[in-house]
Design a protein around this ligand. Structure first.
Ligand SMILES: Nc1nc2c(ncn2[C@@H]2O[C@H](COP(=O)(O)OP(=O)(O)OP(=O)(O)O)[C@@H](O)[C@H]2O)c(=O)[nH]1
Length: 236
């Protein structure tokens, strides 16, 4: 396993459980595309996969963020996501194969209905806003509430991600980050600031998502096994 840069402490806002979440995940690089229909069927494959949905205002940079990580590309031309797009990314966490299903949803109002039908069963929600656009941070809470409707708040990991860090003037950035950190504390999300253009923090961010979702899956497997064993003992 290659060693990874340590996670910056100042990015860890809320107290998520930390058993083996540091430097644990490795991106195995052989990502693959499947259709949304195939992905929907794959949702039931169990603890070696986590569903992650990416939501946020139109043109905040959701697709670019995913493409920077999955394909190491960046496109300056805006192409709206229609409904949802899907990427499956492979990792190894502590040597164990693990997949992230990344659901890139449309920010445009007219596609919101279609996109929201894919929210159910998310293990992590990434709410994206644009660090050069105050309005997109204002709307982050509404996106989160929408994405939470069909999910269990006690088991979903939340991330608040400010994109386009390269565009922000330092003064504006400081003010936006202050506001974003306040919101992330309130909603118990982990806050990250990234740039898909430069690639800053993108890789660290997704490795963090992989590590935390892997850990959550392992813990819930353990819990299930323990309660099954307890039931077996009681019924004997
Ligand atoms: N400078 C800069 N521009 C960015 C960055 N990320 C995205 N962009 C630009 O912002 C625009 C919108 O990016 P998208 O990734 O398509 O936005 P989106 O959130 O997926 O948009 P919808 O699919 O409509 O919801 C594009 O023109 C990108 O080139 C970034 O980190 N820095």
């Amino acid at each position: 396993m290659s060693s990874l840069p340590p996670v910056k402490e100042d990015r860890i806002i809320c107290e998520l459980p930390l058993y083996f979440t540091r430097d644990a995940a490795v991106h195995t690089k052989d990502s693959f595309n499947v259709t949304v229909r195939e992905a929907s069927q794959e949702q039931k494959t169990g603890s070696n996969v986590a569903k992650v949905i990416v939501v946020g205002d139109v043109a905040v940079g959701k697709t670019c963020l995913i493409n920077r990580f999955c394909k190491d590309t960046f496109d300056r031309t805006y192409k709206a996501t229609i409904g949802v797009d899907f990427e499956m990314e492979r990792f190894e966490v502590l040597g164990v194969p693990f997949n992230l299903q990344l659901w890139d949803t449309a920010g445009q109002e007219r596609f919101r209905c279609i996109a929201s039908t894919y929210y159910r069963g998310a293990q992590a929600i990434i709410v994206v806003f644009d660090l050069s656009n105050y309005g997109s941070l204002d709307n982050a809470r509404e996106w989160l509430e929408d994405a939470m409707k069909d999910n269990d708040p006690s088991s979903v990991l939340l991330f608040l991600v400010g994109t386009k860090k390269d565009l922000s003037h330092p003064d504006q950035l400081a003010q936006m980050e202050q506001e974003a950190i306040r919101l992330s504390e309130e909603i118990r999300a982990e806050y990250w600031a990234v740039s898909a253009l430069s690639g800053e923090s993108v890789r660290d961010f997704f490795l963090r998502v992989a590590s935390l979702t892997f850990e959550a899956n392992v813990l819930s497997d353990l819990e299930r096994n323990n309660s099954r064993q307890a039931r077996d003992i009681i019924s004997k």
